[in-house]
Design a protein around this ligand. Structure first.
Ligand SMILES: *Cc1c(COP(=O)(O)O)cnc(C)c1O
Length: 384
């Protein structure tokens, strides 16, 4: 693990603290989740739900996750054998990779990639095969020929993420079908990180990989209460899929954390049953804030495409004369009093994706209107 030093996210958050800059680096909301969710957690603590919960998760949450997958995605699951509660999506990803990969097995990953992916692939002794998502004026596109070339005899897993952090891309039907066909051809399991499943904009929809023909039997689907209910500190996630695969993940999870989040689990179970208006309102509200930030970035002189989902927009500062996103992020607090993170930090150094995204900076819009307005005002300083 020597090559995994402190992350650029920690560096940028420390920089924001030190300089008093507006932190649009790390993607955590600055408002709390639904009041009923918070009250339910308090009530659970007060009523004694404070000891080890069952290893797979409390029954109410297992049932609520299964109901949620059917209600939103038409996926039918047995709550007793096809759902596992984890310490956030992060543990679900780690336990899945550790459970299913032997040393030397290959894992296909879209790059840029969420920062835990390369680390956990290294922990498993597996080998990362990266496929670039390449930036263009209308957003990022998956390079299908490179996707096909990344698969081989040793491919064990595809670690997919849609809606995608950091690019905001929602993979389209053709991309998903291409991934599915290759997974079937190479007998690979898809581990699909869908933590932004409810954060899709402009009337778009999220399609779980597991909903594609023939994919339910080879897909582990991962999500988390953190992003859906704006409680990233609670670390309540889950993984669903075929019973034998979920059992394998459970075997690893029991030795990573054993159990987690006892009093938060019943609260999340109740929240998953919130009416459709909650989910629609969440996406609509975030879309409005996305548009606020897009407008501010454009008027400050960045080139930006509207992301189809997630908490993030990727901005190209080249029209302002900056060609290196990492260098710009280090200077941005001083230049404009704002913090972002370089997209290159999500890529293997020197790789195809790293080169393609070198100038780009990721900003989050999961912040209050006041914070976003302040950031946008400050960014105007770059024009001068
Ligand atoms: C935030 C995030 C996670 C981590 O989720 P937790 O529930 O906080 O562990 C995983 N994957 C992606 C793509 C994320 O953005």
């Amino acid at each position: 693990m020597r090559r995994f030093g402190p992350t650029v996210f920690a560096e940028m958050s420390a920089l924001a603290l030190r300089t008093g800059a507006v932190n649009l680096g790390q993607g955590f909301p600055d408002a709390d989740g639904p009041a009923s969710l918070l009250e339910d957690a308090v009530a659970a603590i007060r009523s004694g739900h404070n000891q080890y919960p069952p290893g797979v998760g409390v029954p109410a949450l297992l049932e609520a996750v299964a109901e949620h997958q059917e209600r939103f995605h038409g996926l039918r699951l047995d709550p007793g054998s096809q759902v596992l509660v984890t310490a956030g999506a992060t543990e679900a990803i780690a336990a899945s990779v550790l459970a299913l990969c032997e040393p030397g097995d290959e894992v296909v990953v879209l790059e840029p990639a969420y920062d835990s992916y390369p680390a956990v692939i290294a922990l498993a002794g597996a080998v990362q095969r990266s496929v670039p998502l390449l930036p263009g004026p209308d957003g990022f596109t998956l390079d299908r020929s490179r996707l096909e070339a990344a698969f081989g005899d040793r491919t064990r897993l595809v670690l997919l993420n849609t809606p995608h952090n950091p690019t905001g891309t929602v993979l389209g039907a053709e991309d998903l079908a291409a991934v599915a066909a290759l997974a079937v051809r190479h007998d690979a399991v898809v581990v699909s990180d869908e933590v932004y499943e409810h954060l899709v904009f402009d009337g778009g929809t999220h399609t779980p990989v597991a909903a594609l023909p023939g994919m339910a039997e080879r897909t582990l689907t991962i999500s988390s209460a953190g992003k859906t209910f704006s409680v990233t500190g609670w670390k309540v996630g889950w993984v669903t899929g075929p019973a034998p695969l979920v059992a394998a993940v459970r075997t690893v999870k029991q030795f990573l954390t054993y159990v987690n989040a006892g009093p938060f689990q019943p609260a999340v179970a109740a929240a998953l049953g919130l009416p459709d208006e909650f989910y629609a309102g969440l996406a609509a509200d975030l879309q409005r804030r996305r548009d606020l930030l897009l407008e501010g970035l454009r008027s400050a002189g960045f080139a930006v495409a509207a992301p189809a989902g997630t908490y993030f927009v990727v901005a190209d500062p080249r029209p302002l004369g900056f060609a290196d996103g990492t260098d710009l992020c280090r200077r941005l607090p001083e230049l404009a009093g704002v913090v972002g993170v370089p997209v290159a930090a999500f890529c293997t150094p020197g790789g195809v994706a790293a080169q393609a995204v070198e100038p780009l900076v990721r900003f989050t819009f999961c912040k209050s209107d006041a914070v976003l307005h302040e950031a946008c005002d400050r960014l105007q300083a770059l024009r001068r």
